[in-house]
Design a protein around this ligand. Sequence first.
Ligand code: SAM
Length: 180
Amino acid sequence: MSYFNEFLKDKSVGAISSSSKAMGRKMYGSFNLKEADAVVEFGAGDGVFTEEILKLIGPNTKFFVFETNELFYKILKEKINDERVILINDSAEKIGFYIKNQKINKVDYIISALPLSLIPIDIKNSIIQNSIEYLKIDGQYVQFQYTPYDYRRLKRYFNKVKLSLTFTNFPPAFLYRCYP
Ligand SMILES: C[S@@+](CC[C@H](N)C(=O)[O-])C[C@H]1O[C@@H](n2cnc3c(N)ncnc32)[C@H](O)[C@@H]1O
């Protein structure tokens, strides 16, 4: 499978290669994943973060993994065999439906690699609104992007947003830490 070929076929993939594990560690390394009841990943791609997050969550943590691209979903399905994972071939704004289906009201963390700049505005707003609705009050939404353009939008919805730049990835990326 070539990431680049998939990007040519499906622009909503939003990247021509996988992210670095080092950037993943920057995103969620400070989270208390061991104690989390529920963790969500948006835009898992080929699972570069998924497999690392699985090593960090607790034995009873539920891990919801969203991926819309059919090929990546198939790869994830083949690669991941873990009863803590709920693998979802659907769009991130449906978070509420899937967590309620597992009798969960709120999640501890949302780790997002969604290409926000390529997602239509109404869907993007709905993803952000629903993320806040289903995030615990002391939870965190973390997002990487190659541009800082969504800072204002995220700021409009979240109580606090911290923006930083990381060079642990090529190309370097912006990290948005968002607090409800
Ligand atoms: C930039 S890639 C990141 C993949 C991987 N997490 C990484 O960091 O290498 C973004 C992923 O989000 C997926 N995606 C795009 N829109 C989505 C949506 N609305 N809901 C869920 N996944 C989506 C794409 O198919 C793609 O695999």
